[in-house]
Design a protein around this ligand. Structure first.
Ligand SMILES: [Zn+2]
Length: 466
């Protein structure tokens, strides 16, 4: 059966209800520890209080999820090896499957780090009822990472590429690890940076010189959370009315990704769950953020707690996307669709939480989503004379970027060894059109290409004039 087909499976039992799973089949293998189930219950339960209970006999955990108009999305943690999962309604087992979680043997990983200042204990900003300790922060970051890993896998499966996903540095049970890092900066230093790029470069340098093992950029990318992010609105100032107004009160608020590093502010971390048991409540928490004391994120909707969770977790995968050589697209995660991560997790429709097809095709070959060993790294695509891109391993995708934005791209299903930019000049010029000179005064765009082995070329290129 093809992955692209919708997988539907029915097990009729004697009970009243039947569960159909749309995204998972019995005996599927996952390389990550948080499983997602999308499905329907027939007949539709007449009472809204009828819940779907998901039980993992391998771990003993049980979680219940609402069934909305016969539809559900449910999540549970797996332990390494086989996991027998039971779906129960009204106390009766109505469905059962086995999923295998096998920890991938992979050279490349993303390392999670929680940074605190040298004169601070690493608490993050949160309302008084939340645990704001560094330990709580790290549990939230780890679950967030597991959710993103699962998101990438599910979206790649939907795009027809199997459950390929990113891999975080993990413990023996395959659960991501979040490290501590004490920066040489004081709280005052960290709040003093005017330009997030300067802070980005500072932290990148610090991490490269740190005592962490295995820092080779050929295997390690970093996803870093800043404990010292603070919203500091003066008491007598009015509550901000939009995102820009809110940002002026922020200190240590960095949201940036590129190369081997993504840095995330913790302005929304207080809305993230620590445990999967809390996930559903967090996704439906429609209390307004107290915008006198905490940054109101997700302004385009309403700054509900659940929207803040959605936008800040979504922003994390957007920035990780930049570290995976993705630029801004017209739609989806690499545009403003990242704020819809909540839709993916809870609604029937995933909203704008997706990669564009050409980005999924690109990630299909990306080394951070594949098992290849670093020992097999080979020379990748390069620009040769005659404005041609060449790779002996076959080109899979070529993109033209202008200012971190994809303006044109080609998916190359016949994997040619060369791709002539000259043959596509008219096309590119037409798209760039009249605004090009103001947008790129030096006349340069960026050419990005990936080959069958996941080797990537990013090269600034002077667009030949007419
Ligand atoms: Zn971006």
């Amino acid at each position: 059966m093809q992955w692209t087909e919708q997988v539907t499976q029915t097990i009729s039992v004697h009970q009243k209800f039947t569960v159909q799973l749309e995204n998972v089949r019995d005996r599927d293998k996952l390389t990550y520890s948080l499983a997602r189930f999308v499905g329907t219950v027939t007949p539709k339960p007449s009472s809204q209080s009828t819940k779907l209970m998901l039980h993992n006999t391998a771990t003993g955990s049980s979680l219940s999820y609402p069934i909305a108009d016969g539809f559900f999305k449910a999540y549970i943690t797996l332990s390494p090896g086989g996991n027998n999962l039971e779906f129960r309604i009204e106390g009766r087992k109505v469905h059962g499957i086995t999923l295998e979680f096998s920890i991938p043997a992979r050279d490349r990983f993303i390392r999670l780090v929680y940074v605190r200042c040298k004169d601070d204990d690493g608490r993050f900003q949160a309302p008084e009822w939340e645990d704001d300790s560094a330990e709580s922060a790290k549990r939230r970051v780890i679950l967030g990472a597991q959710l993103l890993q699962m998101f990438v896998a599910e979206k790649m499966r939907e795009a027809g590429h199997g459950r390929r996903t990113i891999h975080f540095e993990s413990d023996a049970d395959g659960v991501p690890v979040c490290h501590d890092h004490e920066t040489r900066l004081s709280m005052q230093d960290a709040h003093g940076f005017k330009d997030p790029n300067t802070f980005f470069r500072h932290l990148a340098k610090e991490l490269v010189r740190s005592n962490f093992k295995n820092k080779d950029p050929a295997v390690c990318k970093w996803l870093v959370f800043t404990s010292f992010t603070r919203y500091m609105k003066p008491h007598d100032a009015p509550a901000p009315q939009n995102h820009t107004e809110a940002e002026q009160y922020m200190k240590g608020h960095v949201v940036l990704g590129g190369g081997g590093l993504a840095i995330m502010s913790t302005a929304g971390l207080h809305t993230w769950p620590e445990r999967v048991e809390e996930l559903y409540d967090r996704l439906t928490d429609e209390r307004l953020i107290d915008s006198h004391n905490l940054m109101p994120i997700a302004w385009n909707w309403k700054p509900f707690h659940c929207n803040c969770f959605s936008a800040s977790l979504g922003a994390t995968i957007h920035e990780v996307g930049h570290t995976l050589n993705l630029a801004h697209s017209k739609q989806g995660i690499m545009r403003y669709g990242f704020v819809d991560l909540r839709n993916f997790l809870i609604d029937r429709d995933d909203g704008r939480a997706f990669w564009e097809d050409y980005q999924a095709d690109f990630l299909r070959y990306h080394k951070w989503l594949n098992d290849g060993s670093i020992e097999n790294d080979q020379k990748g695509p390069r620009l040769i004379e005659g404005n041609r891109i060449w790779s002996k391993h076959g080109l899979r995708s070529v993109q033209v970027w202008l200012k971190q934005e994809v303006v044109q791209r080609w998916c190359l299903s016949d994997t040619p060894n060369t791709f002539s930019m000259d043959e596509h000049l008219h096309e590119v010029r037409d798209i760039l059109s009249s605004t090009f000179q103001t947008r790129a005064p030096d006349g340069k765009v960026k050419l990005v290409a990936i080959d069958s082995l996941g080797n990537i070329m990013e090269k600034r290129w002077l667009l030949p004039v007419d």
